[in-house]
Design a protein. Structure first.
Length: 361
């Protein structure tokens, strides 16, 4: 009886507990707070670390010595020496019957002329002469009585100068007698006379022996001649280095042989023409001439003596034709016709010298 009363009581108690729990759950659901979204915190981003690129250094070009040459020179390079630490090239030489030719600097082409007209391809022939200075009957291409551009010589203050002496084969700093030679075409040459001539008057007298003949050269052959070195000694003359080299005893021999002017034609060609004309157009002209040469000396030294041997023959052909034989003129034309055409592009109108030698003295 007691148990039957307890069962309904337990049921009712359990029911009340269930109902109460459900009511609390519903109340909590209705009071859920609204969640307001928040802005996420910004995180700073860094790029990966990079190794700086090393800039490529710009190469600095150092000035070169002409060569120029100079010489001209070379040197590239005016072939005048541009650095006291660089040995100067030896001047060129004129072949002498008993002398061995001395090596000369290779000239650096500076001017590029226009294409050379090709006239005719001659047959291949051996050189007709040994050396053009020594061709019989050509000592009158220029002679003692021809007019000159030389006008005056004045003494200037002596100072040390570097001079080449073929007796020693070296460049040495000397204290020469200095003079300035003036020419009617506006060119000037500093004449450096070795102090071995002892007095200024003796040095001046020796210089005057040669300056009239130097002035007989066309302007184009003195254009690059800045200095003259005058020594005693029986050695070959030379050209190049913006200079003419004279050894006095040999000069007196050339005067006796009546070839002084022709030797200057050859040497001044080295000085004023070599730096500008040994180039592709000259090679084309030579090739068109079937690689003929006017002399054995030119053939043996094609890139050193070809111009200096050929130009005097060109000068004879175009300006002194009445002074040489018809056979010689024909030989020149038949051997190197395209080199003649090459020179015509630059030297077709050379100005004659204005001053005749005073023969009254």
């Amino acid at each position: 009886m007691c148990c039957r009363k307890l069962i309904p009581l337990i049921f009712i108690t359990t029911l009340i507990t269930f109902v109460t729990a459900c009511s609390e759950t519903m109340s909590n659901t209705s009071e859920v707070a609204t969640i307001v979204p928040t802005t996420p915190e910004t995180v700073a981003m860094e790029l990966p670390t990079m190794i700086p690129v090393q800039p490529t250094p710009t190469a600095t070009l150092e000035p070169t010595s002409t060569s120029i040459a100079q010489p001209i020179s070379t040197p590239t390079e005016k072939p005048t020496p541009t650095s006291t630490s660089t040995p100067l090239p030896s001047p060129t030489v004129t072949p002498y019957p008993t002398a061995t030719p001395t090596a000369i600097p290779t000239a650096t082409p500076t001017a590029v002329p226009t294409a050379t007209p090709i006239s005719v391809t001659p047959p291949s022939v051996p050189p007709p002469f040994t050396g053009t200075v020594w061709i019989p009957g050509t000592s009158d291409i220029l002679n003692t009585y021809d007019p000159t551009f030389f006008r005056s010589l004045k003494k200037i203050t002596d100072a040390p100068r570097e001079m080449f002496d073929r007796r020693t084969g070296t460049f040495d700093t000397l204290n020469p007698f200095l003079f300035e030679a003036d020419f009617a075409d506006g060119l000037k040459i500093e004449v450096q006379v070795n102090s071995e001539f002892e007095t200024s008057d003796s040095a001046e007298a020796a210089a005057l022996i040669y300056l009239y003949a130097v002035g007989q050269l066309p302007t184009e052959l003195r254009q690059e001649v800045d200095t003259i070195w005058l020594h005693k000694g029986n050695e070959d003359f030379g050209g190049g280095n913006n200079n003419l080299l004279i050894h006095h005893e040999r000069g007196l021999t050339y005067i006796d042989q009546e070839v002084l002017e022709e030797v200057f034609l050859h040497e001044a060609s080295h000085t004023s023409l070599d730096p500008h004309h040994y180039g592709e157009e000259w090679k084309k002209a030579r090739s068109a001439d079937a690689n003929n040469y006017i002399s054995i000396y030119a053939k043996d030294n094609p890139d050193r003596e070809d111009i200096a041997e050929t130009f005097p023959m060109y000068y004879a052909l175009r300006y002194k034709a009445s002074r040489v034989s018809t056979d010689l003129l024909r030989t020149i034309q038949n051997t190197v016709p395209n080199r003649i055409n090459y020179f015509d592009q630059f030297f077709s109108e050379m100005e004659p010298a204005p001053y005749a030698r005073d023969t009254s003295k």
